[in-house]
Design a protein around this ligand. Structure first.
Ligand code: AHM
Ligand code: MG
Length: 306
């Protein structure tokens, strides 16, 4: 079954289907742009990080394409300081990390594009534009993973399904249906030992006691993708000097949190489900533990002791 046939079986509005398909089909131009965009830039993004040429390319490409569709009301990107306002009457708004795992571009390891879609606006009130929506308000989230295969993993609120791009037919075909995340015994943690806070050290101790092995690539989207197969945990925790960690709530943690939760997993900042956080600004960061539900419950129990 191809992506369009799958989406037509769901209650998704036609405009949402068109939007998902349109973004999905940007996988090919993005993939093709890697060879000529290998250098690092001198520019910095809204979080103060040096941009790779591919970050800038993918961001500009998706902005231009999404503006052209007429299907997007507002677009917020990890690489843009402010929300972009496109089509006032459009039914959906998009949040995106155009290229996640930027430090791996030069190594040819897996990176991806992360997308979240809200009905109407990114804000709870599209006129006042004061309060941003929570992750649990997403109507769809998906990512494109540029690995040995081009994979799309999607949830429109009815479980998680993966699709593989078949170049000969120019379509994404269903690969795995109703993916559920197993318990697993692997973890990957961002940050360094000297930066970790005591609660996180206790969590790592728990991983050691339970004989977890390490899997951390430097690409959040790729590491979450392997959780869908093997289970376990990805974490970028609060650090001593960065209490909100590194990852962005709107562009990274919420879309992946939505997908992992739809697959029967869970996501937390150590104390609460990050999908319930009301963001105070579009580039807000949050500590994150994401993966198998039972392990997340144990992590929250450990955090309650601090
Ligand atoms: P990016 O969106 O610029 O790639 O930054 C986010 C990335 C995550 O994909 C990854 O897990 C993390 O940053 C890696 O950070 P670090 O190099 O500090 O381990
Ligand atoms: Mg990212």
């Amino acid at each position: 079954m191809d992506l369009l046939s799958y989406l037509r079986q769901t209650p998704c509005h036609d405009e949402l289907i068109a939007l998902i398909l349109y973004i999905a089909h940007q996988a090919l131009p993005i993939r093709n742009a890697f060879p000529s965009n290998q250098m690092a830039k001198t520019t910095k993004n809204a979080s103060g990080e040096t941009q790779a040429a591919m970050d800038v390319w993918a961001d500009q490409h998706l902005i231009d394409e999404l503006r052209r569709t007429g299907l997007v009301k507002e677009l917020a990107s990890e690489e843009q300081d402010d929300v972009l306002f496109f089509e006032e009457d459009a039914l959906y708004s998009v949040v995106m990390d155009p290229l996640d795992g930027s430090s791996l571009i030069a190594t040819n390891l897996s990176v991806g594009t992360i997308i979240g879609i809200y009905a109407d606006s990114i804000y709870t009130d599209s006129v006042l534009r004061e309060e941003l929506k929570k992750g649990e308000d997403l109507v769809a989230a998906f990512y494109l993973l540029y690995g040995p295969m081009t994979t799309l993993v999607l949830s429109v609120g009815d479980g998680v399904h993966s699709f593989i791009y078949h170049e000969k037919v120019g379509e994404f075909q269903l690969f795995h249906e109703n993916i559920t995340i197993p318990d697993g015994t692997q973890y990957g943690s961002g940050g360094t030992r000297d930066e970790w806070i005591p609660a996180h050290m206790s969590v790592l101790e728990y991983f050691n006691e339970h004989h977890f092995k390490v899997r951390y690539s430097g690409s959040f989207v790729a590491d979450c993708h392997q959780l869908l197969t093997y289970g376990g945990i990805y974490t970028y925790p609060a650090l001593k000097k960065k209490p909100k960690g590194k990852l962005r709530l709107l562009f990274e943690v919420n879309p992946l949190g939505y997908i992992i939760t739809q697959a029967g997993g869970a996501v937390t900042d150590g104390y609460k489900d990050t999908l319930t956080i009301v963001p105070t600004e579009i580039h807000e960061k949050t500590p994150v533990y994401i993966g198998s539900k039972g392990i997340i419950q144990d992590i929250e129990r450990i955090y309650r002791e601090f």
